[in-house]
Ligand binder design. Structure first.
Ligand SMILES: [Zn+2]
Length: 143
């Protein structure tokens, strides 16, 4: 267990370096840990509690491109480095769908990293957006 976790941590750092510390999904700079993320956000005017959560969202995580639920493993081929927010937002989406959706948010300055810097608030798309997009995707595939 501990061994597995350290292997994953090492792989995550390697992937992050290869990606120049840009998140696989939002392409924004990831932090190696909470302290670094807090430093990056130290000048945003907000509450301490809000800053801590915004910082946690920026920390690098290991992303299974093929999810564990579909037999995806921790490996270089199946791995990408993603910020904690994008990793969580992806949910059960196919990674290519998640990528398009997240880049849409970034393109419109609606990604939570962007809105936090601007407003000091945590603004995150309503979870139902994922369900709506999934339905739209399925309809597209039928045509
Ligand atoms: Zn991201």
């Amino acid at each position: 267990m501990g061994k597995q976790r350290s292997r994953r941590a090492r792989l995550t750092r390697e992937l992050a370096r290869e990606q120049k510390w840009k998140c696989y999904y939002c392409e924004q700079r990831m932090a190696k840990d909470l302290q670094e993320a807090n430093n990056v956000l130290s000048r945003v005017s907000t509450t301490e509690k809000t800053r801590r959560l915004a910082a946690a969202w920026r920390v690098v995580t290991y992303e299974h491109l093929k999810p564990v639920s579909k037999g995806g493993e921790v490996s270089e081929e199946n791995g990408a480095a993603a910020c904690a927010w994008c990793n969580g937002f992806r949910g059960k989406f196919d990674e290519s769908v998640a990528k398009r959706l997240i880049m849409y948010l970034v393109g419109h300055n609606l990604h939570p990293h962007q809105t936090f810097i601007k407003t000091g608030l945590l603004v995150t798309p309503h979870p139902s957006i994922r369900g709506m997009i999934k339905i739209a995707e399925e309809n597209l595939e039928c045509k």
